[in-house]
Design a protein around this ligand. Structure first.
Ligand code: MG
Length: 333
């Protein structure tokens, strides 16, 4: 690794829609990372920490990169840069052809979303809506019931493990039969505990995302869930796919509400996995650019209904934008 050269370009993403119940409205900070190897090959990745979820601020990760001390987040940033560099060196795009994969529509704040607006999204081709829950369970249960009554959308609910098993069960009791039938799965309903989650699985299919590390599963120890949420920006892809296939779990690939460069890495990974594993890969969760003010990168990767448009160019694309970006040598930090 000491033969690699690292450059960074800090960015800020001003928020248009509140991303979850825990985060404030300050612009989100991250950095694009450019890696040049000994052969002069160039690849690009994204570095987008979520300090409120225990990942530490951006400056810590940049300092760690300068000292070649890789945080788990940086390992994935460099994984992105490597796959991008390999594709660029071969003159190939990372956007696969002959495969398509829809994304879910994301509702980060149910209390601020008219149900009628989801009918319009359904008409654009969305089949699945993901609702971030945990601000006001009463109002959110009402919202979910209305979505189920007024649309044909399948529902993914994400509690980010901020509620208790008891409060989650009380929430489920408020749902109508139609809403229960419309549930695709519930993500991180409460902090992971094998016995608790085993019990909750009789109520709904469960998905592991932020609670993955707490679940601490492997090929000998089965996780009490039905679906794994794979964020390529935060977790090794090959070993995650291996574990999912081993236990017969479905996979949902999502972005990390990060920069479009990170989103492009997540979406191209999702498409590649869809091509390889078919039905095991469920609709993705990579349509998150709308959370932020538009920028040149998001404009280059527009959505068409539930689909993200492939970005022209080599690797993940954005060739001209990345070349014209001002890069700072990590050694100058
Ligand atoms: Mg989640």
């Amino acid at each position: 690794m000491d033969r690699l050269k690292f450059f960074f370009s800090r960015y800020k993403l001003p928020i248009l829609a509140s991303p979850n119940a825990q985060s404030d409205a300050a612009p989100r900070e991250g950095a694009l990372i450019k890696v040049v190897n000994a052969l002069g090959r160039v690849g690009y990745g994204d570095l987008h920490p979520w300090p409120e979820f225990g990942e530490g601020p951006l400056s810590e990760h940049l300092r760690a990169l300068r000292e070649l001390r890789l945080t788990p987040l940086l390992e994935q940033t460099l994984w992105m840069a490597k796959r991008d560099a390999e594709a660029r060196a071969r003159g190939k795009s990372l956007w696969p052809t002959g495969v398509s994969l829809k994304n879910n529509f994301l509702v980060t704040d149910a209390l601020a979303t008219p149900v009628a607006s989801l009918l319009a999204e359904q008409q654009k081709g969305f089949e699945v809506v993901k609702v971030k829950c945990g601000r006001d369970l009463q109002a959110e249960a009402h919202f979910v019931n209305e979505v189920a009554a007024q649309t044909r959308l399948r529902l993914r609910l994400d509690f980010n493990a901020i509620t208790s098993a008891e409060r989650f069960e009380a929430f489920m009791m408020k749902l109508t039969d139609t809403a229960l039938q419309s549930l695709e799965y519930v993500e991180d309903p409460c902090p992971y505990d094998a016995e608790t989650w085993r019990g909750l699985r009789s109520r709904a299919k469960l998905a592991l995302d932020q609670e993955w590390d707490r679940a601490d599963f492997n090929k000998e120890r089965r996780p009490q869930c039905d679906i794994l949420i794979l964020k390529p920006a935060r977790r090794d892809v090959d070993s995650s796919v291996d574990l999912a296939l081993h236990w017969g779990l479905r996979l949902v690939v999502t972005s990390s509400m990060d920069h479009p460069v990170g989103v492009a890495h997540a979406m191209t990974t999702a498409l590649e996995l869809k091509k390889q594993h078919g039905a095991a890969i469920l609709p993705a969760g990579c349509l998150t650019n709308f959370l932020y003010e538009p920028n040149a990168y998001s404009a280059a990767m527009p959505a068409q209904g539930p689909f993200l448009q492939p970005v022209p160019g080599k690797g993940i694309g954005f060739d001209a934008l990345l070349e014209s970006t001002t890069w700072t040598d990590i050694k100058s930090l």
